[in-house]
Design a protein around this ligand. Structure first.
Ligand code: G6P
Length: 470
């Protein structure tokens, strides 16, 4: 059975190898090895909608990458509007940042329909289609309208919010009811699944069939939990190999035996960066002796800069970072290195390994793969410590991290100190437990687990649940 994966963002192997966001990194490695076809946006535009939009295909390892040119106005309303001004803030509990215009949902439909045409043209009777993320909630419905009867799965990489937040989105029913066209809907955590189930029952008139299936009219949809993993061995090896690269050695020399704390996040308000900076300031205030012993490296590539809320957080962070360095820095010591650039994964692996502490403190996050990459990159004999937000999906699996509430600035400041001075034996014990979890749930298992469950769901009308939830 051939497989078509669909996502908005695709990872073209770029000059630097840097990949924007967790989704694209995960699918890139899955497509290269599985031989699937991956369809997404080309980033190029056609002036208006045509019967068949231009597409471009090339090999990607054993797989194929196909990209689509979209009509410029609709794509902007879809991406900057519906996806990133309406859906993203709602999915991350930020109804205060929601901006909505009726043309957003109209263009969202147009882009989902165009993508349905592209997929329908490539799908045979035996094709399995797997749709990724909030850009394409409606794609399954349009594919069914085009007569496709094969298995279609959907995976949400972000959190699914509580219904009281979700209903702030105008047209939420139009957009989310379309999910009933899928055979399998996958979530990162049990809580996301339960919140979706509650919303579907109370707002979309779905009924429960057992714990993990929903009936929408004549359609039966299965729900499952599939926490996304990483390529653990890639990071472990890349960290080992790059630890003595010129760049790594320059950084180590610049530390003059001081300790490095690292944060790596897209520049997004969901990542808790102002709170993280405030906690670091608090730490430097409570422990003045640390001012010349610790340096914080925050790598933060800007994204979605056409959206106002992203421009605001960017300006806020630049000014906050400047204040911290002005207040606590010295001529011979940089307390905070704040960098708006992305790095390729092999270089990140080395930076993770040099860093005594990995600081991953989002206010909300579907999974957060940086947490997993940080752990996979550590030296088994002398591992660093992960400080992890309890609001990241990863905290479910990585509960041997120092798990914090990112809104509690004092707790976060204390956790930094505790992490920097944790005894080696305790670090090894915590790290080993997390590494075991990561190896058990790596990227290949995630990919194959979803595909196998989808295949079963489409064959049997009442399939066995992948993991039961209460
Ligand atoms: C998150 C989303 C992805 C998205 C990525 C990067 O990980 O879940 O769907 O691709 O962010 O965001 P961007 O808007 O640059 O694609």
């Amino acid at each position: 059975m051939d497989t078509i994966l669909v996502s908005n963002r695709v990872a073209e192997p770029s000059r630097t190898g840097a990949v924007p966001g967790g989704l694209a990194a995960v699918l890139l490695s899955a497509v290269k090895t599985s031989g699937a076809t991956w369809v997404g946006a080309s980033g190029k535009f056609a002036p208006a909608e045509e019967a068949r939009m231009p597409t471009h295909s090339k090999k990607l390892g054993a797989g194929t990458l196909t990209t689509v040119d979209f009509p410029v106005t609709d794509y902007r309303r879809f991406y900057n509007g519906m996806a990133n001004s309406a859906l993203w803030p709602i999915l991350h509990y930020r109804a205060d940042l929601l901006r909505y215009e009726p043309e957003f949902v109209a263009s969202y439909r147009v882009i989902n329909e165009i993508m349905a045409n592209v997929v329908a043209d490539r799908a045979g009777p035996d094709t399995l289609v797997w749709v990724h993320d909030y850009h394409y909630f409606m794609l399954g419905e349009f594919l069914r309208q085009r007569g496709f009867t094969g298995p279609i799965g959907f995976f949400l990489h972000t959190p699914f919010p509580t219904k009281s937040v979700l209903i702030c989105l105008p047209e939420h029913r139009t957009v989310l009811k379309a999910l009933s066209a899928y055979d399998l809907i996958g979530f990162q955590t049990d809580e996301d699944l339960l919140r979706f189930r509650d919303y579907a029952i109370t707002k979309l008139s779905a009924t429960m069939v057992g714990q993990t299936e929903l009936q929408f009219g004549d359609r039966r949809v299965k729900l499952g939990i599939f926490p996304v993993g990483i390529n653990v061995e890639f990071f472990a090896e890349a960290a080992r190999e790059n630890i003595d690269s010129n760049k790594s050695n320059r950084i180590k020399r610049g530390l003059h035996h001081g300790k490095l704390v690292i944060g790596v996040d897209r520049l997004d308000y969901s990542k808790g960066l102002p709170e993280r900076f405030a906690a670091y300031e608090r730490f430097l205030t409570i422990y003045p002796d640390e001012r010349k012993r610790v340096s914080f490296l925050q790598i933060t590539p800007p994204t979605r800069s056409a959206v106002e809320s992203y421009r605001r957080i960017r300006a806020e962070l630049a000014s906050h970072a400047g204040d911290i360095n002005a207040r606590f820095g010295d001529v011979d010591w940089m307390v905070l290195r704040y960098i708006n650039e992305s790095f390729p994964p092999d270089q990140l692996a080395a930076l993770y390994r040099i860093s005594k502490v990995g600081c991953v403190t989002p206010l909300r996050d579907g999974m957060n793969l940086v947490a997993k990459e940080y752990i996979a990159s550590q030296d088994p004999e002398d591992p660093g410590v992960l400080v992890l937000s309890k609001f990241a999906g990863a905290a479910k699996e990585l509960n041997a991290a120092l798990v914090v509430n990112p809104y509690d600035i004092g707790e976060l400041a204390q956790a930094l100190y505790r992490a920097l001075y944790m005894e080696r034996a305790e670090r090894i014990e915590r790290w080993s437990a997390m590494m075991k979890t990561l190896r058990g749930g790596n990227i290949v298992r995630w990919y194959e687990g979803f595909i196998d469950t989808l295949r079963e769901s489409a064959v049997s009308p009442a399939p066995v649940a992948s993991r039961s939830v209460a």
